[in-house]
Each structure stands twice: as structure tokens, then as C-alpha cells.
Design a protein. Structure first.
Length: 333
């Protein structure tokens, strides 16, 4: 016989509505009561009916996440989001990044999910506006949109840019290039602002010829590095807008016969796992990505359960330098 929520309630010594609220992640349920309900549900092998929940509450208890699955950030953030949502009684639907006005995003707009985590949003994207217009809660993770003031969890990307630049400045570099990111993404705009600020404070010019703009992928970093190194006066150090870009730059440097860091220093931003691999050993700036992901998931559930103030919440996480083997003192052989 299949156990019901009433069976769980009887075993846990609570009411059936309390069971329902606990399984929805209602913060008003005490940790002790939540524990008793969880133990009773486990003992009875109880599986909540998502269909029944949807019919009775108009809620699906599912959250969608839009992700760029080619980006090495996602192995860091997906488990943290999944676990945080599961602990609050929510499931996750993963949607691969695509054209934001395409039919692939219909599950975000047709009430198939209760809320949305946006991780690839461009500043002028219409998707946040559409979600806001339809009253669908959203949280932006590591991005900020330009059309809607929504809940967001970000790293201090301006400080990340400053930190990356200062790693090279403190090593005595003045001939510095930049593999910049897209102006459509708040992440790259903020990082570039921090980089330019730190260089200006140190009275180091950033020549326009030494700024190559691209996207966040390693292919962009490879192509951009080749362009910088083909200049009549190439930079002796390169700041990359992300680790993916920096790994592409490392690949290009090796193919060109350049020694890193003896011939050129390279610094990234993100601290993705492969940056610490011995073959990369990339000097970078670390973002607390798993903590940011967990924070974003909980922030969205808090919004869905109505415990947040009406005005949007923005949480900013600190960053720190991770010096490794791809940067060295200027002129060091």
C-alpha cells in the first residue's frame, strides 16, 4: 500500500497540513518538526505527489535554471543549486542557453515552473522583463540585467578586476594587455571597470590596440592572445576576463612558442577547477561559486515562500587572489 501524507502526519505526530508545509520548505516549520517529518517520510518510503501539489496549490515545486553547459563554471554551481533546492523541497529543471526569444524558453513563461535562476542573462535581455511582466519570480546568479531590477547574487566583479590587475602591477608589469569580455554581460563590464581603475591608479596606460574583446570561451582567448602577440609591441602580461579565456590564451602562447611566465604573464578570473590542474597552474582571482549558487537557490525559495521584503535583494560575495605559476615579476627569466 502506498503511503500518504496523512500516514506521515500520524507517524510524526503532526497535522497533515504541517507535513505539506514542511515538504514545501515553509520556514515557519521548526527544524525539530521538519526532522520528525523527514524521518517519518523515510520510514514509510513516502514520495510526495507533484501533480497533487500542483492542483491544490497552483505550484509545481520546480525551479528552472538557464545554463551555458559549455562553461566550466557549471560543474561548480549545479550540485550546489540542486542540493539547496532539494533541501527546501524543490526540484530543478535545466535549460541549455539558446536564443532568449526562442521557443526553447517556453517552460519559463507558461507556469511549468515556479521560479527561474538566470545565469547567462545579457544586460539588454528581454527574458527578465518577460518573467517580471508575468509575475514569475527570478534570481540572477553572477549577472545583473539592465531592464529589470530583480533579486541577484553576484561576486564583487569590480574588485575581481582590480585584484587581477594588481597581481601584475605588484609584479612590476607595465606593458599589459587585456582580453576583454562582451559589453552585453554585466560580469565582464564590471570586471573591466575594476581592471581599468587599478591600472589608472598605478598610472599604467592601457593602449586600445592591447584590448581585444571577445566572449567568455577558450576559443576567444586563443584567438585574442594570437592577436595581442602579433602586435609590433606585444604586451608582456595579459589579464583575461575569465579563466576560460585565460586557458585559451595559455594554449595560444604554447603554440606560439612563448614561455609562460618568462615571456608573458597571464592572469584569469573565476578559479574554475581546471585552473588548478598542473598543466594550467593558472594565476587567477577566486569567486566563491558554490556558496553563491547555494545562496541564489535559497534566495529564490525565500522569494517563492513570501518571506522576503517586496524590494529586490542583491547579495555581493567577496573575491580573493590565487597566485599560481602563470605570472612572475616583470623581466624575470
Amino acid at each position: 500500500m502506498v503511503a500518504t501524507s496523512r500516514d506521515v502526519a500520524r507517524l510524526a505526530g503532526v497535522s497533515q497540513p504541517t507535513v505539506s508545509r514542511a515538504l514545501r520548505g515553509d520556514p515557519r516549520i521548526t527544524p525539530e518538526t521538519r526532522r520528525r517529518i523527514a524521518e517519518a517520510a523515510t520510514a514509510l518510503s513516502y514520495v510526495p505527489s507533484q501533480m497533487g501539489r500542483s492542483l491544490s496549490t497552483q505550484a509545481t515545486h520546480r525551479v528552472a535554471m538557464v545554463a551555458d553547459l559549455a562553461n566550466p563554471l557549471y560543474p561548480l554551481i549545479l550540485p550546489a543549486i540542486h542540493d539547496a533546492l532539494a533541501a527546501r523541497g524543490y526540484g530543478m529543471v535545466l535549460l541549455a542557453e539558446r536564443e532568449e526569444n526562442g521557443s526553447g524558453y517556453s517552460p519559463l513563461l507558461d507556469r511549468s515552473v515556479d521560479g527561474v535562476l538566470l545565469t547567462t542573462t545579457r544586460r539588454e535581455s528581454a527574458l527578465p522583463f518577460e518573467l517580471h511582466r508575468r509575475g514569475i519570480p527570478m534570481v540572477m546568479l553572477n549577472r545583473v540585467g539592465g531592464m529589470v531590477d530583480a533579486d541577484s547574487v553576484v561576486a564583487d566583479n569590480v574588485e575581481a578586476g582590480r585584484t587581477a590587475a594588481r597581481m601584475l602591477i605588484s609584479a612590476g608589469h607595465r606593458e599589459i594587455g587585456l582580453l576583454a569580455g562582451p559589453v552585453e554581460a554585466s560580469t565582464s563590464v564590471d570586471r573591466e571597470a575594476g581592471i581599468r581603475e587599478a591600472l589608472a591608479d598605478a598610472d599604467i596606460p592601457l593602449r586600445s590596440a592591447r584590448v581585444v574583446r571577445g566572449w567568455f570561451g577558450h576559443g576567444s582567448g586563443d584567438a585574442g592572445m594570437r592577436k595581442l602577440m602579433s602586435l609590433e609591441q606585444p604586451p608582456r602580461a595579459v589579464i583575461c576576463i575569465s579563466d576560460s579565456v585565460a586557458i585559451g590564451a595559455l594554449n595560444a602562447a604554447r603554440d606560439l612558442g612563448l614561455r609562460v611566465p618568462a615571456d608573458v604573464s597571464i592572469v584569469g578570473i573565476d578559479n574554475v577547477p581546471m585552473s588548478g590542474w598542473p598543466i594550467c597552474n593558472l594565476s587567477t582571482v577566486a569567486l566563491p561559486l558554490p556558496q553563491m549558487a547555494e545562496d541564489a537557490a535559497n534566495l529564490l525559495v525565500d522569494r517563492l515562500t513570501g518571506i522576503l521584503p517586496e524590494e529586490p535583494v542583491r547579495r555581493v560575495h567577496p573575491v580573493h587572489a590565487v597566485p599560481r605559476g602563470t605570472h612572475a615579476a616583470a623581466g624575470q627569466i
